[in-house]
Design a protein around this ligand. Structure first.
Ligand SMILES: C[S@@+](CC[C@H](N)C(=O)[O-])C[C@H]1O[C@@H](n2cnc3c(N)ncnc32)[C@H](O)[C@@H]1O
Length: 244
């Protein structure tokens, strides 16, 4: 099987994101938590592409019932270790297709998760699965990153014993698919004595809102509402509801 995104960097993922985005990451997480609270005060949330639990952990700490799904088992191991340390119960799964219906009040795919899916059939299948895991009338919150926002991620970052270089290059100018690469030199001998350089490469796709709403309609979702305030974070946030 070809490597999955984050197969190489899951051990240093949190540290590299904290270094790269600085205090903005905390603010962004708090803003996302506020958005979620405005959609659902309490209940069951399925966090798809949950990664290392940036949202799954604070959601569980705020008494939401959380189910985490991520293709990458390494990312889930990092989440599971945090949940165990904090005595939180967050069941996690790698394969949304095999997961029995979860009857959730809210589904999330946030922080560029949809960009990891490169073809329409794959995205349609994901939306149909999300629909299957939601109660009728339940909400689905997602974000879309623009090509400009991805291009702005080209940069070097330094700190916490890491030096990272991110490069995002669109295959065709004006096209939707880009090669994403990141190389991180790690100098944290006490914590990671065997990790010196971590190199990630995968492709991402910038979906348009039209493409997304058309696939959502085919998957049993209704009207999509824009959530203002996220543009400065390099993404637009939207919420829609499963049809009743
Ligand atoms: C940039 S991380 C975002 C993590 C988390 N949502 C957050 O807000 O911090 C994207 C995650 O989506 C996961 N992912 C990508 N495609 C996926 C899919 N089809 N199903 C489940 N997880 C997926 C990746 O493995 C990765 O952990």
């Amino acid at each position: 099987m070809p490597p999955l995104p984050h197969d190489q960097n899951h051990l240093i993922y949190d540290l590299s994101y904290e270094t790269r985005f600085g205090t903005g990451l905390q603010q962004f997480t708090q803003m996302s938590m506020n958005t979620i609270a405005s959609i659902l005060a309490n209940g069951k949330v399925i966090d798809i592409g949950c990664g290392t639990g940036r949202l799954a952990i604070p959601l569980a700490q705020n008494n939401y019932q959380v189910v985490g799904v991520d293709l990458n088992a390494g990312m889930l191991s990092a989440l599971n270790a945090k949940a165990q340390r904090l005595n939180l119960s967050i069941p996690t799964f790698t394969d949304i297709n095999q997961l029995e219906a979860q009857h959730c009040d809210l589904a999330l795919t946030v922080f560029t998760v949809l960009s990891y899916i490169l073809d329409e059939d794959g995205l349609l299948e994901l939306f149909q699965n999300i629909n299957r895991h939601l109660k009728p009338g339940a909400s689905f919150l997602f974000d879309l990153a623009s090509p400009e926002a991805f291009s702005q991620r080209n940069r070097t970052y330094n700190g916490n014993g890491l030096t990272g270089v991110v490069n995002v290059e669109f295959i065709n100018p004006g096209g939707p698919i880009a090669n994403y690469s990141e190389e991180v030199v790690v100098n944290r001998p006490d914590e990671f004595p065997n990790i010196h350089t971590v190199t990630e490469f995968f492709q991402i796709r910038c979906w348009t809102l039209n493409e997304i709403t058309s696939l959502l309609a085919k998957s049993g979702f209704g009207f999509t509402r824009h959530i203002p305030g996220y543009a400065r974070m390099g993404a637009e946030y939207y919420v829609c509801k499963k049809e009743i």
